[in-house]
Ligand binder design. Sequence first.
Ligand code: UT7
Length: 313
Amino acid sequence: MTASRIVALGHYQPPKVLTNDDLAKLVDTDDEWIRSRVGVRTRHIAVDETLVDLATEAAQKALANSGLHAQQIDLVVVATCTAVERSPNTAAAVSARLGVPSPAAYDINTVCSGFSYALATADHAIRAGAATRALVIGAERMSDTIDWTDRSTCVIFGDGAGAAVVEAVPDEQSGIGPVLWGSEPDKGDAVVITGWDPTISQVGQTVFRWATTKIAPLARETCLKAGIEPSELKGFVAHQANLRIIDAIANKLGAPNAVIARDVVDSGNTSAASIPLALSKLVERGELVSGDPVLLFGFGGGLAYAGQVVRCP
Ligand code: UT7
């Protein structure tokens, strides 16, 4: 039997940083409100970089860290809700830039939970014998969707990308656990990004309540599916939506030995990019080491969710 594992990670954020004080010059807000309600101090905003630029930079770093070449990749999956082009899709554009010769290349849009969906489909493709080495990328230019006069959203989001190189391994070396995924589409309009010049709007409190009540039990169930107790986790990387949400889920999950990713403080909410971005940084800083079991759990737009336990590269 064939399974898969993450062999390397990489991430990229555009250099321009927006502070809370910068935003207080645009809308009626202040550093204290943003820190206490959302937990964000800074976010990175793309100026000249396109979505494809962000995704390509992160993928290049992941590839370099893996020691593999673009020619060895046969599957490229990009999770994003901010693609501008309908065709070629983001995965095809990134593949062309990297020189991946003939990949299966597709985008996935499940908004903030996108990376865990993308990782699951890559794992499934490898298990089914349809691919052997994959690039799985979460990339977003959330700034494209922001109304910079709307204080309820402009303080939350940021731009960035994270990527993982995933490869086939014998079943006993499996490093990507079974996915738990689903959604509550009847509540889907709690987060809306719509129109040709798309703008994000959300019923923040609805999403907040949903995330802080529904996600922890699902996260526990994900651990169960992987055959691991939350107390055995070395890391927990939730979608970086809001520091209060992350801490509420982590407390309910009960993972006393896990490093909790809190990259939202520096990066804001980068939707599908937030999980690989935060995971890549924890590994780069040595806070998680090879073989560590880490729970990834994404949730958000569409009130979709997905998670899996992975082993660190
Ligand atoms: O990843 C996408 C999925 N989305 C989410 O995960 C979002 C989940 N929700 C949240 O993170 C929170 O609900 C928010 C951060 C969006 C809002 O925090 P909240 O504690 O739920 O605040 P609120 O919406 O209840 O607003 C409280 C007050 C309101 O004023 P009044 O009506 O009490 O006078 C808002 O107008 O705060 C006001 N407010 C602000 N004040 C200063 C809203 N935005 C701001 C702001 N600065 N930026």
